[in-house]
Design a binder for this molecule. Sequence first.
Ligand code: SF4
Ligand code: SF4
Length: 102
Amino acid sequence: MSIRIDQSKCISCMRCAGECPGNLIWKRNGKAFLRIPEDCWGCTSCLKVCPVGAIQFFLGADIGGMGSRMTYQKNGHISEWTIESEGSRKTIRVDDRSSNQY
Ligand code: SF4
Ligand code: SF4
């Protein structure tokens, strides 16, 4: 698993770098980039803080199928996780007010 940062969307706020537990996201040419992709363990912390949805998370074949990618967007208290793969797109919505209740 790993992420990819869309440099054309990145606004250089570096929130992702502050959240990465492995200190894997640095700045290069004024934009965020993943320094050592193979060290990313897919915690998704960076996705959840990016205000412009510039980070894609690539899912392994055992989860979403090879080439599948996930993006995150927040709408108020609703977290939207969208998974795209060849010819399909699914969005899972989670109400943050009812999460972490167990
Ligand atoms: S998914 Fe987690 S480990 Fe990977 S770059 Fe983002 S914050 Fe760092
Ligand atoms: S959080 Fe998003 S917009 Fe901000 S630096 Fe990271 S990738 Fe770029």
